[in-house]
Write a protein that binds this ligand. Structure first.
Ligand SMILES: Nc1ncnc2c1ncn2[C@@H]1O[C@H](COP(=O)(O)OP(=O)(O)O)[C@@H](O)[C@H]1O
Ligand SMILES: [Mg+2]
Length: 523
């Protein structure tokens, strides 16, 4: 510190010495270099003295308790993301079970979500591989050390299961991998965790805190499935319209995000599934909320709501394949329709959705940057499934890691974004043209009261009568058009009808005046 201050002093004197030098002179350059290196040395603390460098020993490294907060409450913005984390784990475990033959190819990978609103608890159970008894506790106590890294599993950071810590009073995991094993239970006391995190006198490191707030038990396996994993959240906190306990909100969220199948009644379900299968780990989970719940499916249907009052129909599906220099980068599909405008978020289908491992990454707006105008993303319906394993979801799964491979993928999607934008614009132009023609033909049906040419005196009065009648007829017509087409304003329609009637401006003004005067006289 002292030497740095000393050097800084030297630096601060330098400009005074340099005042006599011309900025272009060699002497100036030398001075400048000397100053630059002095500043660098001051900043880095490096000196010309010899240096001994070593790696820190484990004793020097502390991983504090606050990491737990960073990995739970601070990590996710929307509480519903905890469902994505647990269902993603279930999908990985179900893939494992299929690979190991514990589940056959045709056995459904099941996830049952049970919500108890009275006790405010949630139980999410899957029929995947579970975790063997001798590894269960260690697996569930390790943080940021996932055994999945380097595999083709969806998770790989080893923290997702901690998402529930912020939202309940007790977070419990139970699992077993085979019938002859006990069930292992690992429970986190989240109340104790919160008070420990708040306690400034508490200086335990992360393992120290975990020893006090986590308990491990072995349970008699009777009554439990042969292989399963479950997570239970007890006394769930009330957040965002109690989203965590709201079956409709959970279903809406999972239908879009989770690796669930397409609905049978969606006419392109089979075609799309056949295109994705073989490239994408589909999982095709059978997720049910409550014993009576129907399996959740993706929200795509043949007909969908563009706005509260306007529906549109699918007319075609385009299957997509994106090849990069090193092979397949992504596959996907686009469902074509009439491109009437921005699709309401209520319909759950708008936007080109990006998925990895058949789980949606980020929101519907994530692919906005692929479009020449971001708004056109909201007009289209489709999915892009990332295959390139170098394109990695970030830890929050609200975006991908920004690397060259993701940049390449976005570049690959550019032509698609432009093609969609063109469809949106073309459809919009065609609609305006059709509307224009409709208005013109409607106007043509209105009796034409006037012949061309200026009007004078009594002739103008007769014409104004005719115009008045014509306007009355037009108003009726406009009212019926208004009902048929909510997009054109009444005034705009009147103006068009008047323009189409062939009246001059003077005639229109006169006729309006006369009509209004008579109306006043009547009143
Ligand atoms: N549903 C599950 N079935 C089997 N094992 C699971 C399940 N959920 C979590 N695990 C185990 O716990 C580990 C940690 O899970 P998690 O914290 O979500 O990290 P990640 O999924 O990134 O590995 C997983 O790697 C897996 O071994
Ligand atoms: Mg996970």
């Amino acid at each position: 510190m002292t030497s740095a201050t000393c050097r800084t002093k030297t630096v601060s004197k330098t400009p005074a010495c340099t005042t006599k030098l011309s900025p272009s002179s060699t002497a100036w350059r030398h001075k400048e270099l000397a100053v630059t290196s002095a500043i660098r040395a001051a900043a880095t603390g490096s000196t010309s003295r010899s240096r001994s460098t070593k790696s820190p020993t484990s004793e020097l490294i502390t991983i504090g308790k606050d990491v737990l907060e960073l990995l739970s409450s601070a990590m996710y913005v929307d509480p519903l993301t905890i469902y994505r984390e647990y269902i993603q784990n279930a999908a990985d475990a179900i893939d494992d079970a299929r690979r190991a033959g514990v589940l056959s190819k045709t056995d459904a990978g099941r996830v049952d979500i049970n919500i108890n609103p009275v006790e405010r608890s949630i139980l999410i159970r899957d029929n995947g591989s579970g975790i063997a008894a001798d590894r269960a506790a260690a697996t569930l106590l390790s943080i940021g050390a996932s055994g999945k890294r380097g595999t083709d599993a969806r998770g790989f950071r080893g923290v997702g299961r901690l998402a529930g810590l912020a939202y309940c009073r007790v977070l419990t995991f139970r699992t077993r991998a085979a019938a002859n094993e006990p069930v292992v239970e690992v429970a986190w006391d989240c109340v104790k965790l919160k008070s420990t995190l708040r306690d400034v006198t508490q200086t335990d490191d992360l393992p120290g805190v975990m020893k006090r707030i986590v308990s491990i038990s072995e349970l008699d396996g009777s009554g439990y499935p042969e292989h399963f994993f479950e997570v239970e959240l007890t006394q769930v906190v009330r957040l965002r319209r109690d989203a965590l306990l709201s079956a409709p909100q959970i279903e809406t969220y999972l239908a879009q995000v989770a690796p669930v199948p397409f609905a049978r009644e969606f006419r392109y379900a089979e075609k799309i599934t056949a295109h994705l299968d073989g490239h994408v780990r589909m999982a095709d989970l059978q997720i049910k909320i409550g014993a009576e719940g129907a399996p959740i499916t993706r929200p795509y249907r043949d007909r969908f709501a563009v706005t509260d009052t306007v529906q549109d129909d699918a007319c075609n599906v385009e299957l997509l394949t994106f090849e990069g220099e090193d092979g397949l980068v992504a596959v996907g599909w686009l469902m074509h329709h009439s491109y009437l405008g921005h699709i309401s978020t209520k319909s759950q289908v708008g936007g080109l959705r990006l998925r990895a491992g058949n789980v949606q990454i980020g929101a519907a707006s994530l692919a906005d940057e692929v479009f020449p105008e971001a708004r056109f993303n909201g007009w289209c319906i489709g999915e892009i499934h990332v295959i390139d394993r170098r394109v990695l979801p970030n830890a929050r799964r609200d975006d991908f890691e920004q690397n060259i491979h993701y940049a390449n993928l976005l570049a690959e999607l550019g032509p698609l974004g432009r093609a969609i934008a063109k469809r949106c614009r073309d459809a919009s132009v065609a609609r305006h043209r059709a509307r224009e023609e409709r208005v013109q033909s409607e106007a043509a049906e209105v009796p034409r009261p006037l012949s061309a040419g200026p009007s004078e005196g009594g002739q103008a009065v007769a014409r104004s009568d005719l115009l008045g009648a014509s306007f009355a007829a037009s108003a009726d017509r406009v009212a019926s058009m208004q009902a048929a087409d909510g997009e054109l304003g009444l005034v705009e329609k009147l103006i068009r009808l008047i323009a189409a009637s062939g009246a001059t401006r003077a005639e229109v003004e006169y006729a309006f005046g006369e009509t209004l005067r008579r109306q006043f006289d009547k009143d």
